[in-house]
Design a protein around this ligand. Sequence first.
Ligand code: SF4
Length: 232
Amino acid sequence: MFDCNDRMKFSLECRDCPRLAGFLDQVRHDHPDYHARPVAPFGDASPQLLVVGLAPGMHGANRTGRPFTGDHAGILLYQTLHRFGFATAAQSLHAADGLRLAGCRLTNAVKCVPPQNKPELSEIGQCNRYLQAELETLTKGTVVLALGTIAHQAVLLALAVKKTLLPFRHGARYELANGLTLYDSYHCSRYNTQTKRLTESMFNQVFSDIVQNLSKNRPSTRPRECGAATAR
Ligand code: SF4
């Protein structure tokens, strides 16, 4: 009998988005050494901070199998996670480099690489159940950091919050009814960092606010070291 929980459980074999599944077939053919499958969340199973990105990068997470690893998008993110005590190293090189996250988990709104890095609305909706399942495991006081508008809206969709109520704005902080706190930042993509839309100091400020918020709301909890990738 079909169990609806099965649909919520992340699977490396998921092919529910026909366009993305077909694209991954082609990528696997062209790059047999690439991960080229849905990319699992990485980090702490019970994080204080959940970082939500857009989707795996073609030659980054889609290649290495670890979110934000192997391309430009991860450079500033891992540097900053390390600076604020959420990562054991400042660089994420590949899935077997021994880096661990502490009190933090990374995930994406869409788990499969989309052509031109642009998921369709239906794909964001289709994949949202996995994000919803991840958000349901978070305890009160956990911070969710959305990187960019699509991640922000995917979080709201997963929580059944109207997106017009809480618009995306870099640096915004929203206290959500379920006890989570949502922060927004511009995505740390190559484009945004090279055009200075997002600078290191702007990103530091967001993390500084988050850490301050966490120490105020969860003073007795310190980030703990996590194991390897957590697949759901
Ligand atoms: S994007 Fe999500 S729902 Fe779509 S095929 Fe990939 S894992 Fe499945």
